[in-house]
Design a protein around this ligand. Structure first.
Ligand SMILES: CC(C)(COP(=O)(O)OP(=O)(O)OC[C@H]1O[C@@H](n2cnc3c(N)ncnc32)[C@H](O)[C@@H]1OP(=O)(O)O)[C@@H](O)C(=O)NCCC(=O)NCCS
Length: 141
């Protein structure tokens, strides 16, 4: 497996991934429309989006992406066919290693919904520890 920086030609792959049902359910905001998504990726490539994005590849296949924000929040998504095979855990470890090589020891965080057992377990296996319970009140359910 390899991590490489996202490129403009990853636009369609990233857009489809962002609209994947499980990733959309795991995310904290709604998936963007195509124009917003393109503008976001352009900003990422110009280093104006407040986050870095890597593509997870293996033997020429695109497996998913991993993102690290300026606040050192890590998020990750794999395409459905590549889940449950250890790639998520490995990609999280890899991105932390890459970051360490450039910037030295760094603290990271991840925001994960309680029902997302695979994500909680993958981050825990990569060395993350659960530290917070966040409660929300949503007037519209
Ligand atoms: C979350 C995600 C990145 C995890 O990557 P993955 O490659 O599927 O996970 P791994 O194969 O590395 O498995 C990690 C652990 O979770 C467990 N696991 C995997 N799927 C699971 C599931 N559906 N329920 C419970 N545990 C699960 C695995 O068994 C493994 O634990 P183990 O080694 O103790 O058996 C991936 O499932 C995904 O892309 N999901 C959709 C998007 C998403 O939820 N992103 C996270 C946003 S924070």
């Amino acid at each position: 497996m390899n991590l490489r920086p996202a490129r403009m030609e990853d636009e369609v792959f990233l857009y489809r991934l962002r609209h994947d049902e499980a990733y959309a359910a795991a995310s904290f905001g709604p998936p963007p429309d195509q124009n917003k998504h393109r503008a976001w990726l352009q900003d990422v490539l110009l280093d104006k989006a407040g986050e870095r994005v890597w593509i997870i590849e293996d033997a020429g296949s695109l497996l998913g992406c991993v993102r690290v924000s300026v606040t050192r929040e890590v998020s990750i998504a794999l395409t459905a066919e590549h889940r449950g095979k250890g790639h998520g855990t490995e990609a999280i470890r890899r991105v932390l290693d890459l970051w360490r090589q450039w910037n030295g020891p760094t603290a990271f965080k991840a925001r994960i919904k309680p029902e997302n057992a695979a994500s909680r377990r993958a981050f825990a296996k990569a060395g993350f520890v659960e530290t917070e319970v966040v409660m929300e009140y949503r007037p519209n359910g």
